[in-house]
Ligand binder design. Sequence first.
Ligand code: NI
Length: 174
Amino acid sequence: MTVKKILTEPDPFLRQKSKPVEKVDNDLRLLMDDMLDTMYNAQGIGLAAIQIGVPKRVIVIDLLKEKDKKNPLYFVNPEILWSSKEDATYEEGCLSVPGQFAEIDRPDKCHVRYLDYDGNKRELKTEGLLATCIQHEIDHLEGILFIDYLSKLKKSLITKKLSKQKKELERIVV
Ligand code: NI
């Protein structure tokens, strides 16, 4: 298992639409293992494959409710079958939008269909933080970031800040 580099905004790759997975095989499980390691290493609770440069419809999540007990969830080709009319609001961040947070409204509950780590068909009825996290990650598969829900002004301020940070980082790494 390997910790991979996480792409950050602004990176055009993050705007790409990810492609459906045809088969859950050992190569895909290796990818999911790497994604999980990368996510734990960065102290995130969710990661989409596109964030490490792989445009496949795969996400991993671990809400890390219990500090010492890992509870990884794997979603291959996730699809939202139903979502509630009522919204929930969470302050969201993203490993691809480092250091930036904003309150985002999303449906409070949703039902998801997906393939698990072994390629079995599954359905999950979910709500609250997990529902929000799944929706955030599925957005990544469509090339959408949480900052896209903000006003144009707020979004451009964040993008400018991140571009500047990136340039400064590049200057240090010589
Ligand atoms: Ni994210």
